[in-house]
Structures are given as structure tokens and as C-alpha cells.
Design a protein around this ligand. Sequence first.
Ligand code: HPA
Length: 286
Amino acid sequence: MASVVNYEMVEYAAAYLEGRLSVHPRVAMVLGSGLSDLTDQVADPLPVDYGDVPHMVTSTVQGHQGRFVSGTLRGQPVIMMQGRLHFYEGYSAAMVGFPIRVMRHLGAEILVVTNAAGGLHPDFQAGDLMCITDHLFLPGLAGHHPLRGPNDERFGPRFPDVTPPYDPDLQRLLREEAHAQDVTLRKGVYAMVAGPSYETPAEIRFLRALGADAVGMSTAPEVVVARHAGMRVLGVSLITNVPGDFSTDDQDPEAMHKQVLTVGEHAVPTMARLLTGVLSRMTSEK
Ligand code: HPA
């Protein structure tokens, strides 16, 4: 399994996918745990399994399908990742960013990332949606960074300024859409941990003290790669649990992941409506 990504790999994968797309994508979307149903709303969907794409690897996580789906959603030509790659699966941070580079190469200018996350802000409840305003990329700060190693300027600059990581105009569109739909939208800082173990109570206090409002095991590597490549990014977290949910004596590890998926199932229609509404607004923004 490749842990390093070079330009030729991206070109080759993109060339393969290009022949199997139904549109020239403007928006790339990463659908996180339990959120993959959004592809049901895509007109003329054309799926391609990750395993068929050169150099691409498959997602090994339950609830993650592992395919690209292209098509039109609310007038927007989109390419979606139904299931993402995670660092905790053993993939390098660079490999986690590989499909983002491929979608960028195919023409995507905007990246919409979604994820399931644990709520840290005391006001948050399971089922809440959070607009990501910034992130703490903890594995990245500790050296597991997707841009570590030789830099190819065709991807982007050696020392990219990724500020603002999450595009203020896209955040505004999301807020406006949430308001129009009467959906409560939280906002906050997403902390990425490597996982796969959930946080201990001390780690939760640590993350809270750092200023994190939600915690999850994904997203930041993809966002950094997208920003390096000049994409605008919108991020939305689905809060699937809050501290204390997983700390009962009869805790069953299977039950934890199941809760993450189940809350996802319930909030999916709301999340889907919100995201499709934002896509419509992006069309008029163009
Ligand atoms: N911690 C980390 N990742 C997660 C959580 C959590 O509590 N919930 C969903 N993904």
C-alpha cells in the first residue's frame, strides 16, 4: 500500500475516473459515518468503487461504502465520496488526502466535508449539527501531516497558508440555509484525534481546554490537502454523542460505534436537506 502520494498517481487515477464520470464536477463532497444516503438524491448517479481506481485504497469501516458517485445534485455537478479513508485504518495522512487531490484534478473547486463527531461544548446534544469554523489537527501537529515530505508545486506551495481553513462565504450560505429551514446550527472548532479509541475523560477535558467544541477522527487531513490545492472548504459535523454517553459500566464497544451510526441515521434527513439547500445557494453564488 502506497503511503506517499505523487503527482503521477493523482493524474493516473483522475484519468481513469474521468472516463467514468457523468459530469464535470464543481463540488466534491465527503460523506462521513452514516451520511452516505445523500447519494440517493443525486440525479443520474454514476458510482465507481474505490477498488477500481488506480492507486486508490478501500475504506474498511462499517458504515462506509467505499465508492465515488458523480452526478447532479440541486443543479450542481458533484463528485461524492461515499465513505472516506481514515488515518486510524492504517493509511498515511498523505493517502487519506489522495482522493481529495484526485477530485481536485477532475475540476472540483469546492470541498464539502461531513463527519460524525463527539460533542465537547457543554450546550451540544446528540443529533446537533455543527458548522466547523476551524480545526485542531492534532496528528498533523505531531508530524502525521499529509504535506510532509517532498513538495510538488503542481499540487500547491511548500508552506501553504491554509487560513481560513473553512471558507467564510460558504459558512454564511450554510447559516442562511439553516435559518431558512429553521434548523438549529451550532458552530465550533473540530479537534481531530488519531483514534480509533474514543477519548478518556482526561482527554476530553484536555481537548475542551484547548478550545475544541467537537472531536472526531477524520476531516483535518482532507481539509489541509484541499486548502493546499486552493479549494474552498465547508465542513459540517453531526454530533453523535456527548461526554458520558460511553462511560457506563456495561459499556459495549460495539454499542459505541452503533450509536454513532444510529444518531447519524436519524439526523441524516436534516443534514441532507441542509446540504442540498446549500448546494442550491452555491448555484446562484456562481
Ligand atoms: N470521539 C471521536 N470520534 C468520534 C466520536 C467521539 O466521541 N463520536 C463520533 N466520532
